[in-house]
Design a protein around this ligand. Structure first.
Ligand code: MTE
Ligand code: MOS
Length: 771
């Protein structure tokens, strides 16, 4: 199937929040944010904003009728600052006006005086000062302390891992409309309609059933709208409640970049011990997560970092510790991979170091330590199959890895200033929300008397192809054509208490709920068909290609006839069903359990070419064997693999998130924050799906696809390092991500840097800092 949204997208017909027709008298909101990163608000003059023509209301913390609290896990975040601010970009007041321009003019007119406090931007500094969120957590297996003695080599290192801006095409936005009887309807661009519903209710002091949230689709979320779309809905709803008019809030790109949290930067210290043959004996890591000024989802993100700290490898003695460190940056949040990428980066860096010291190719070390069926992860769960080894071997064989090596080695011998590099990157990613209770979903299915079908689930279409997947599932389950299926907007009055669309689990959860709802309708109409056809067993009735079969033979009855007759016989043609993933659990006291329904795995080979004089590089090719189970829609899944890969490549190469010492975002626009574009992407991307890998749990044998491919991008980091080492085998390079061209250039030519240092010009000290 084609992505059913493709036609609407290409014609510009797809509806997003601000494509909805404007209701009469709609007002517009803009947010006054803290200009400083930490301090007390001594005074704040909102009156001047009120004087701007068109301004209808200026709202601050004292205007919140309910509770001024939006923290999703830990109650530590205010909707509007009250007395003090903790990051630059923290909302202080909302201006409501007749036009977006007037609202922004109102914001500009606000003046405030602050008593500034010291600022922390570094997670290790925060840790030392006791600024931690929640409690540090440790997963352990074996006995690392005893194991060091068995190691032939022991190495230590530190990784500095950058954050990442989501750059969803549709910036954060919401429209709130007051309705009859103290009800507010919110059209939101959120991955989590229920979080918006319950939080708007909380800040207004309403019941949940007084808030209706509707989401047609969103223009990308990537985790950035899992939680951080919630305050946007709250601002619009607060404005609507105060003015009695519809209110829309649309952040522009720079507001969005400044105000919202991103992927968490990490600093991680590791120690790894190996035998001379390359078998890893012990691994210890300490992750300092830069959480920003409030918890947001940080504790959950950290949990996944811990779970993925050994990536695709079995290591018998492991101790991984992680701490959420509170800094004066916007609260960092979910981003595709949800902490997994940082965990995997560190183990890959550690294996790189082992390979360097043992003077062996890295892929030899990786290959020797891959997880096998039955091997335990540090959290106790056993790895269920041999798919890591299968994808690893399939990748190396199908893409002629030996040939790639020979070709690249030859190229590097033949060229002085241009070097090539390669890396192999296995990925093993756990599927399920690690917070067990969130693994639930429901669906509502109607069959109309003309045989057409309407499906609502709690899942959000964010570009990942959910609607196409659900349409495919519904069409397979009913045995009718996909053109008969319509997927409805996601709405809290039709589906209650939904989990966010996240953790790559949306199709798994909502697709299974859809199948269960359809099965209810099918069992009713099949029973009816058996009666009509005068046969005893409804079990022998099937529907295929819209024909009603008995024992596999045509009965002359078709889908539309059956539905009409069932309706006249007063058979219910609607159903609601609920699905929850079984057999997953976690005991946080023991730090053991089985948090994942299964793992998605795969292996990639990444090749790069580096211009060692200019620092510029190309990602030449990425070749993947990926375990998808049985794809629901190959093209949709391929889109997810390529899109995830693009984001992973960007994260470790050009996306350089920088804050200055005062906590101000320097990379605050797409002019100075470089995301991969179509030219940056490798010309040669090859993806093979692992065969015979059906999932027992996924609808029709499918597996989750959304996040895991991002982590193939990490291979580009190590491929670039490989090319750097080919040029300067004499140097040792730091393990800092991203590897921007600038950083590569400075690392390859440290002598130049020293020369420049003697001139003592300011750009050099900046450059030095980024190295
Ligand atoms: N793909 C597109 N086009 N847009 C998105 O916002 N989000 C990613 C991934 N792929 C995203 C995307 C993230 S972070 C997740 S968790 C999954 O999609 C969510 O959708 P799924 O559960 O259906 O895979
Ligand atoms: Mo995705 S980071 O789980 O929204």
């Amino acid at each position: 199937m084609k992505n059913i949204d493709a036609v609407f997208h290409v014609r510009g017909e797809s509806e997003y929040v601000d494509d909805l027709p404007q209701p009469a008298e709609m007002l517009f909101a803009a947010i006054y944010c803290s200009p400083i990163a930490h301090g007390k608000i001594v005074q704040c003059d909102l009156k001047k904003a009120n004087d701007i023509p068109g301004v209808a209301a200026v709202l601050s913390a004292k205007d919140i009728p309910g509770e001024n609290q939006i923290g999703p896990i830990i109650q530590d975040e205010l909707l509007l600052a009250d007395g003090e601010v903790h990051y630059a970009g923290q909302p202080i007041a909302v201006v409501i006006a007749s036009t977006p321009q007037a609202a922004r003019k109102g914001v500009k007119a606000i003046t405030a005086e602050f008593d500034e406090s010291p600022i922390i931007t570094d997670p290790k500094v925060a840790y030392q000062m006791g600024e931690i969120i929640g409690t540090p957590r440790t997963l352990a297996i074996g006995d690392v302390d005893a194991a060091w003695e068995e190691c032939d080599i022991i190495l230590e290192g530190t990784c500095t891992i950058g954050g990442q801006e989501h750059v969803y095409l549709e910036t954060q936005r919401a429209r709130a409309i007051p309705m009859e009887g103290n009800v507010i309807r919110v059209h939101a661009s959120t991955q989590s309609p229920y979080a918006t519903q319950r939080t708007v209710a909380k800040i207004l002091g309403f019941h949940h059933n007084q808030i209706e949230v509707d989401v047609k689709r969103i223009g990308g979320g990537f985790g950035g709208k899992e939680d951080q779309a919630t305050p946007i809905g709250c601002f619009a709803a607060l404005g609507a409640w105060h003015t009695g008019k519809p209110v829309e809030l649309v952040l522009n790109r720079s507001e969005d970049m400044r105000m919202t949290g991103k992927r968490h930067p990490y600093i991680s210290d590791f120690k790894i011990g190996a035998a001379n043959d390359g078998i890893i004996v012990a691994f210890e890591v300490n992750h300092y997560q830069n959480s920003g000024a409030a918890a947001d989802l940080s504790t959950a993100v950290l949990e996944r970092t811990l779970y993925h700290s050994t990536n695709s490898y079995f290591i018998p003695n492991v101790q991984v510790t992680g701490t959420c460190c509170r800094t004066n940056l916007p609260p960092n949040t979910a981003f595709r991979g949800f902490g997994g990428p940082q965990g995997m980066f560190v183990i890959e860096a550690a294996l790189e170091k082992v390979a360097e010291v043992l003077n062996k190719p890295k892929e030899e070390i990786q290959g020797k330590n891959l997880l096998k069926r039955g091997d335990p992860f540090p959290f106790g769960q056993l790895f269920q199959n041999n798919h890591i080894q299968r994808t690893w071997e399939d990748t190396l064989n199908s893409y002629d890895f030996d040939g790639i090596q020979t070709r690249i080695d030859q190229f590097n011998r033949d060229h002085f200033a241009t070097k090539k590099g390669y890396a192999v990157m296995p990925v093993c990613f756990g599927i399920s929300f690690t917070t067990t209770f969130m693994n639930q979903a429901s669906a509502l299915v109607h069959v109309y008397t003309d045989g057409s079908v309407s499906v609502t689930t709690g899942g959000i279409e964010m570009g990942q192809g959910l609607y196409t997947n659900i349409a495919k599932i519904a069409s397979e389950a009913f045995g009718i054509g996909p053109e008969r299926i319509k997927i409805e907007s996601t709405n809290t009055t039709r589906i209650a208490n939904m989990s966010p669309s996240a953790a790559s689990s949306t199709t798994l959860l909502n697709g299974n709920a859809t199948v269960l709802a359809i099965n209810q309708i099918l069992s009713r109409i099949k029973k009816f068909a058996a009666e009509k056809l005068n046969v005893t067993s409804a079990d022998k009735i099937t529907i295929s290609d819209e024909k009603i079969l008995h024992n596999g033979r045509e009965t002359g009855l078709n889908w539309c006839d059956l539905i009409q007759k069932a309706y006249l016989a007063r058979i219910g043609l609607s159903a609601h069903a609920f699905f929850a993933t079984q057999d997953i659990w976690f005991d946080k006291k023991k730090e053991k359990g089985e948090p994942f329904a299964y793992h998605v795995v795969g292996t990639a080979i990444v090749e790069v070419t580096l211009d060692c004089i200019r620092g510029r590089y190309d990602i030449d090719s990425v070749k993947i064997v990926h375990d998808l189970g049985r794809p629901l829609n190959e093209r949709v899944d391929l889109g997810q693999i390529e899109g995830g890969l693009a984001q992973g490549l960007g994260w470790v190469t050009t996306e350089d998130l920088q804050y200055d010492q005062k906590g101000q975002l320097l990379s605050n626009a797409l002019a100075n924050y470089k995301v991969p574009d179509v030219y940056f992407m490798p010309d040669d991307i090859q993806v093979k799906f692992l065969e015979d890998a059906d999932s027992e749990l996924g609808p029709y044998g499918s597996k989750a696809v959304g996040e895991p491919p991002l982590m193939y991008g990490i291979g580009a980091y190590f491929a670039l390092r490989h090319s750097m080492k080919a040029f300067r085998p004499d140097l040792e390079f730091a393990l800092h991500s991203p590897l921007t061209p600038e950083k590569i250039l400075m690392s390859l030519h440290p002598e130049l840097l020293n020369d420049l240092k003697n001139h003592d010009t300011s750009p050099v000290s900046l450059a030095e800092e980024t190295i």
